[in-house]
Design a protein around this ligand. Structure first.
Ligand SMILES: [Zn+2]
Length: 439
C-alpha cells in the first residue's frame, strides 16, 4: 500500500506535465524514493490545518489531493512526506498553491481562462485572487475588467452583436459550437439586458466548464503571491531590481565551473540555513567586528524572513560550504595604499581578491566563502559588514544602491535585490524572476 502511494505520485506528475503546467516538472525516476517507505518510516498522521508554510520552492514538492486529504512529498532526498486535512493554502517561497478550487481562487482561475482562452499566468492570477479574497473586487467586476482588456477584445470583438458574443463565448470557454436551444436562450437573455460580464461568469462557472478544467486544478492552483504591502511598486523600480540581479549575479562569472544559466545562490544545509563561522575575537577591534557581524546576521534574517536564515557558529562547520569571518585579512592590491578603500572584501581565502566561484553542487563554492574584515589600517563600518554579506550571498558586482558610483553600501534596492534573488529558485532566468520586497 505504501509503494502504491509512490506510484500515485509519479502518475500524477506525468499527467500534470502533459497538461502543460510549466510549474510542475516531471518526477525523477522513482528508483530511490521508496527507501523511506520501505523502512517503514512513513509519513506522520495527517495534520488539520487550513494554511501551511513550506520553506521550499513549489517545484521541490508534488501535491496529491484526495478528497479532503492533501499529501505533500518532497521530490529529492530526504523525501519528506506531510499529510493534511482541511488544507486550503500552501505558501511556498516562490508560489502559493490554493486548494480552494470551489471558492474564490477556483472561480478567478476559471474566469481568467474564460476571458482569455488560455492558462492564467502566475503573476496576473496572484493579483486577481488576492484582490478578490481581500473583498476589493467582486467576480463580476473582475469579469468586466477582463472583457475590457485588449487581449479579451481580440477574442470577443470590440462591440460584438449579441449573437456573435454568445457564439464566441461557446467557442472560447467551452471550445465547442453551441446547441441551438442554448444559443437562443443566451441571446434572448442578453437582448433582455443580461450583461457581458454576467454571461461570461455564468459560462465560466457552468458545470460543463468546471468539468473541463478539473484536471488543470487537481493539484491545486499555483499563483505568484501578491504582497499588498507594496501595491504600487513602479515598473521602473521593478526593472531596476531585475537589471541589478542580471548584472550582479547572472552575468557575473558567466559559465564558471559549468554553472547553469540564470541565478545562483546558496541552498543551505539544512534547507535555507547558511552557517557563518565567527572566530573568537583576539582584541577590541575584532570584538567590534564580531558584534557587527552578529548585527548583520540578525538584520539579514529579519529582512529576508522566510527566504534565508544565517546561523552563527562558534566552531568550524564540518561541511566545507559556509561563510567564514576573518579578521584583518582584507585584500589590498599590491600597488595600492588606499587602505580605507580596501577595508573589507569577500573572497575564497584571506588576503585574496579572487572572486568566489559558484559551482554546480551548491552554487557557491566547495570551500568556505571568506568575509575579510579590516586590514589593520582602517575601520569597517556596520553598513560595510552587511554589504560584504551581500557579496557573500551572491551579489558579485556593485550596482546603484549597492556601492556603485558613490551610492551607499546598502539601501532599499540592495535589500529588495537580495530578497528577489532568494525568493526565486536557483537558475531562474531574469525574464522569469518574480520581484519580492524585503521586510
Ligand atoms: Zn563591495
Amino acid at each position: 500500500m505504501q509503494i502504491k502511494s509512490v506510484v500515485a505520485v509519479a502518475v500524477s506528475c506525468v499527467a500534470l506535465a502533459s497538461c502543460g503546467d510549466p510549474s510542475s516538472i516531471p518526477m525523477q525516476p522513482t528508483g530511490e524514493p521508496p527507501v523511506l517507505f520501505g523502512t517503514g518510516v512513513v509519513a506522520q498522521a495527517a495534520t488539520q490545518n487550513s494554511t501551511v508554510s513550506i520553506p521550499a520552492y513549489r517545484n521541490d514538492y508534488t501535491i496529491i489531493v484526495d478528497g479532503g486529504n492533501v499529501t505533500l512529498t518532497k521530490k529529492s532526498f530526504p523525501y519528506d512526506v506531510q499529510k493534511f486535512t482541511g488544507l486550503k493554502l500552501i505558501k511556498f517561497v516562490d508560489r502559493y498553491t490554493s486548494l480552494d478550487t470551489d471558492g474564490v481562487p477556483g472561480q478567478v482561475y476559471r474566469l481568467y481562462q474564460a476571458a482569455f482562452n488560455r492558462k492564467p499566468d502566475l503573476t496576473g492570477l496572484g493579483f486577481w485572487i488576492t484582490s478578490a479574497e481581500a473583498g476589493n473586487l467582486t467576480l463580476e467586476t473582475i469579469a468586466s475588467q477582463f472583457l475590457g482588456s485588449s487581449e479579451s477584445i481580440g477574442l470577443y470583438g470590440k462591440e460584438p452583436r449579441n449573437e456573435q458574443l454568445v457564439a464566441a463565448t461557446y467557442s472560447n470557454v467551452l471550445h465547442r459550437v453551441p446547441e441551438q436551444a442554448g444559443f437562443d436562450w443566451w441571446v434572448a437573455a442578453m437582448n433582455n439586458g443580461l450583461s457581458k460580464q454576467s454571461m461570461l461568469y455564468s459560462f465560466s462557472e457552468s458545470r460543463e466548464n468546471k468539468a473541463n478544467l478539473e484536471s488543470a486544478v487537481t493539484s491545486g492552483i499555483d499563483y505568484a503571491p501578491h504582497f499588498t504591502t507594496s501595491p504600487d511598486t513602479p515598473l521602473a523600480y521593478k526593472a531596476t531590481i531585475l537589471t541589478a540581479i542580471q548584472s550582479t549575479n547572472i552575468e557575473y562569472l558567466p559559465g564558471a565551473s559549468g554553472r547553469p544559466t540564470g541565478t545562483w545562490h546558496w541552498s543551505g544545509t539544512p534547507l535555507r540555513h547558511v552557517l557563518v563561522h565567527i572566530p573568537q575575537p583576539a582584541n577590541s577591534v575584532e570584538q567590534d567586528y564580531e558584534n557587527k557581524v552578529h548585527y548583520a546576521i540578525s538584520q539579514i534574517n529579519a529582512k529576508l524572513d522566510g527566504l534565508i536564515f544565517l546561523k552563527a557558529e562558534k566552531s568550524i562547520p564540518t561541511n566545507g560550504n559556509y561563510i567564514l569571518i576573518s579578521y584583518d585579512t582584507a585584500y589590498t592590491p599590491a600597488a595600492s595604499t588606499n587602505y580605507s578603500g580596501f577595508c573589507a572584501n569577500v573572497s575564497d581565502r584571506p588576503y585574496s581578491g579572487s572572486p568566489i566561484a559558484p559551482d554546480m553542487e551548491n552554487s557557491i563554492a566547495q570551500n568556505p566563502v571568506y568575509i575579510n574584515l579590516g586590514n589593520g589600517r582602517c575601520h569597517v563600518s556596520q553598513d560595510i559588514v552587511t554589504h560584504e554579506f551581500g557579496h557573500a550571498l551572491g551579489l558579485g558586482e556593485h550596482f546603484e544602491g549597492f556601492g556603485a558610483n558613490g551610492t551607499p553600501p546598502i539601501s532599499g534596492v540592495f535589500w529588495d535585490v537580495l530578497a528577489t534573488l532568494y525568493a526565486n529558485p536557483r537558475s531562474t532566468l531574469v525574464k522569469d524572476l518574480m520581484v519580492r520586497h524585503a521586510k
